[in-house]
Design a protein. Structure first.
Length: 393
């Protein structure tokens, strides 16, 4: 058994990132500036987007996306209960109404048939917010078709899904033939496939990205970088009641080099997933993750599900048993309908979301990071196997 605790998803930071941060500190400009602009250009090229905006988080990216689309009070947005709360918070922040639907039982992504029903039931729906959960893209052909027929926008929560592909198109690139507004939000939180500590990116059409840019920095007509350089002017005008969501150069300094190393880090993630799959698929008490043939998952999360009736312990006890063996595990996510605010505000009940509720009660996430060694991975496999063998029915 391990003698040191294995953290769930430590970042993999190299000397290039450290050197760039030091150079930024010594350069005298640490907030939004040339490095943030460079990161946007590099990121746009990497995913094949028309335009990109570096921001303080994926949450802020989703928020300015809704603001740029003009979604507000009286509007409705369809999304999923199986996500982190921030996806739904931004709808609330805009005083719009979140319409939550259940998920597919295999990928746990939003169920397009239920999206269709929700859109048909409410003429005020202005957008669909699918979540590419765990790095596995949602069924975007069906979602784009719904949005096209009903003439509504799509704002994708791709917090887990940098480098994921759907039918050979990288998430974040424009979908061929889709003629409605489409914005995609990415996360660079500490545990993500690419990290800047905190941070995010929004991709989409150039006009919407420029509108989002104004929303992202106090609604000012000029950004701070231009105001305080030799080419800038002290004079500015506030044209919108904007937010403070810009990414600092200190964060972008990390992201520039993380992006260069991302293909290598993705290969390592895939290698770890393959090791988990090979070993854990042999255990009848467990279900390993699904990957549909039309997608290339980003493998942000490795999801295990306990098969009902096969073990004498439940999910919570399973995680505690792993912790006793110095293995850090987690749960992604507590469904939105289970949280007090949304449960009480909208009268949500578990029986409205039978798939999400049932799957939540038996899911856990294993450690997964390119920083993990083969020895770390072997320790996780040994611990999971030991917990299963000692708790079989």
């Amino acid at each position: 058994m391990r003698t040191e605790f294995l953290h769930f998803a430590p970042p993999l930071i190299g000397e290039e990132e450290i050197d760039e941060v030091v150079s930024t500190l010594r350069g005298g400009w640490i907030t939004t500036g040339e490095r943030a602009q460079r990161f946007e250009v590099d990121f746009r090229a990497y995913v094949g987007a028309k335009a990109a905006l570096a921001l303080s988080s994926a949450t802020s990216a989703m928020h300015v996306a809704l603001a740029a689309l003009g979604i507000g009070e009286g509007d409705a947005v369809v999304s999923t209960t199986m996500t982190f709360a921030s996806t739904i918070h931004v709808i609330e922040h805009q005083r719009a109404h979140p319409m939550l639907v259940d998920v597919d039982p295999d990928t746990l992504n939003i169920n397009p048939d239920l999206v269709e029903a929700a859109v048909r039931s409410n003429a005020r729906v202005k957008a669909i917010m699918p979540v590419h959960l765990y790095g596995h893209p949602a069924e975007m052909d069906k979602i784009y078709d719904i949005a096209r027929r009903h003439r509504i926008a799509v704002v994708e929560d791709a917090a887990h899904s940098l480098s994921a592909r759907y039918r050979d198109r990288m998430i974040g690139a424009p979908a061929p033939g889709f003629d409605q507004p489409n914005l995609v939000a990415f996360s660079f939180y500490a545990t993500k496939n690419l990290t800047t500590g905190e941070g995010g990116m929004l991709t989409g059409p150039a006009d919407l990205i420029e509108s989002a840019r104004v929303w992202s920095l106090h609604g000012m007509s000029r950004d701070a970088f231009k105001r305080y350089t030799s080419e800038g002017s002290w004079r500015y005008e506030v044209v919108l009641p904007g937010f403070k969501y810009n990414m600092a150069d200190l964060q972008a300094a990390i992201g520039i080099h993380q992006l260069k190393r991302l293909p290598e880090m993705q290969r390592r993630r895939s290698s770890i997933v393959a090791q988990y799959d090979e070993a854990l698929s042999e255990l009848e008490a467990l279900e390993t993750p699904v990957a549909r043939p039309e997608v290339e998952s980003a493998w942000h999360i490795y999801l295990l599900r306990l098969r009902p009736g096969r073990l004498r312990i439940d999910r919570d006890q399973f995680i505690e048993e792993l912790r006793n063996r110095n293995i850090g595990a987690s749960v992604h996510f507590i469904p939105i309908h289970a949280h007090a605010y949304y449960r009480e505000r909208y009268g949500l009940r578990p029986e409205q979301f039978p798939v999400a509720q049932e799957e939540f009660e038996r899911m856990l996430s294993l450690p997964l990071s390119p920083a993990h060694s083969d020895k770390d991975v072997a320790d996780v496999i040994d611990a999971v196997t030991d917990v299963v063998n000692k708790n079989r029915r």
